[in-house]
Design a binder for this molecule. Sequence first.
Ligand SMILES: [Zn+2]
Length: 301
Amino acid sequence: MPAAMQGEVQPTIYRFKFDEIEITNVIDSKGIRDGLHPSFGAGHPAEKAHELCRANGIDPNRYEHPFIPTVVNTGRQLILFDTGNGALRRTHEQLRARLPDGHLVERLAQAGYSPEDIDVVVLTHGHPDHIGGLAEGGKPAFANARYVFSAAEFDFWRRGENVREARKFNRELFVQIAAPLAERSSFVEPGDEVAPGIRAVDAAGHSPGLLAYHIESEGKRLLIWADTCVHYVIAVQRPEWQLDVDDDKDMAVATRRRILDMVATDRLFVAGFHMPFPGLGIVEKSPGGYRWVPVSYQLNL
Ligand SMILES: [Zn+2]
């Protein structure tokens, strides 16, 4: 008898020690989407995008879009950065075609954490795939947590002024599931610390107040860049290309350039929410742009 096909087996959790702290990346979900162009690089001919994909060995017509929250255990606090898609696909018809079901809570359990263990939930920004896991069945999913929002981001979605058409539903969603958490939240600005050694970095553009987080532990440094770059080839190798998911396209380009330059120059490790799992790598300068280099064993040493 030939062996039976067993189906996909792929890792969902990746944890490493970062000197005194532990960092765990957990894949909440992944979507398979059609066509990188024109979502990426509108304004440039499709052939240019296809050429770039081919040069990197990927299919321009199908791509995987992972969603990867990060958990940091400082030894004093368990901090979750972003919450994935949660139940949004099931509860909100408008998102059904776009977002997969979130699996963060069950995968946190595989990593040894219950939702009640989470002390702080940091939201890098207010887009659905980052706030979707905040609520489960109408209740907060992380019962004991306090929350940290970017002050500018929270303010933007709360006011609801100048929300572009494509984000009108996003605004409704924010009002439903994130705004009610205000009383248990603190609101931070670039430069503020959310825990000792974890500092907010301005990454606005993709969303109005996007914050990245710089983590330093005993001289080791890592940047949780959230959605600064949302594709590991196109957004990193062509940071100047506009992306339809960016709310302020010019600002997003300027931010990508600044942050890519910083992580490449300072040789920071990067945790990227939409990078290929485990969502960890470094960035190298390359002709005309940069290059995403997935981590090998560097974080294990
Ligand atoms: Zn995102």
